[in-house]
Design a protein around this ligand. Structure first.
Ligand code: SF4
Length: 138
């Protein structure tokens, strides 16, 4: 495949394994995420932060269960807040830290079997930028 025609969907196919929902990576939730998730699960935003989040670096991140999976991960139903999952989860793995240092793509691939690493990092960078800005980089 010529690199020019590579699109973000060519670089990542979710395997539904839940690996990105595990471990203390810190899934930050924005104010909008908090409002949307609280409404979805039928609670108030302030209760949501108290009951479903931990504080990391002064910001709320989704809490984890004892098995280290996200509090909203379910083995059979997968992400139980899928329609309103946080921006970080919706964007994965097309995230800003890959633009900051494209080597992060390769590091992330160690924990995510859906990430392809057989393209040059310049192509990865182009696709991540395209996905995050919505603007074609051709
Ligand atoms: S909100 Fe959903 S997609 Fe995001 S980490 Fe939790 S279970 Fe995974």
């Amino acid at each position: 495949m010529p690199y020019k025609s590579v699109r973000p969907d060519d670089l990542f196919k979710c395997q539904m394994c839940g690996e990105c929902c595990k471990g203390y990576g810190g899934t930050y939730v924005t104010e909008t995420d908090i409002k949307n998730i609280a409404r979805f699960i039928g609670t108030l935003p302030e209760n949501f932060v108290k009951e479903y989040c931990q504080i990391s670096g002064g910001k709320p991140v989704l809490a984890q269960k004892k098995d280290e999976f996200c509090i909203f991960w379910d083995e059979t139903r997968l992400c139980t807040i899928h329609p309103v999952k946080p921006r970080m989860c919706r964007e994965w793995p097309f995230i800003w830290s890959v633009l900051a240092d494209p080597v992060n793509w390769e590091i992330m691939s160690n924990a995510c079997p859906g990430i392809r690493t057989d393209f040059p990092l310049s192509v990865v960078e182009k696709c991540v930028r395209e996905k995050l800005t919505g603007i074609s980089q051709d």
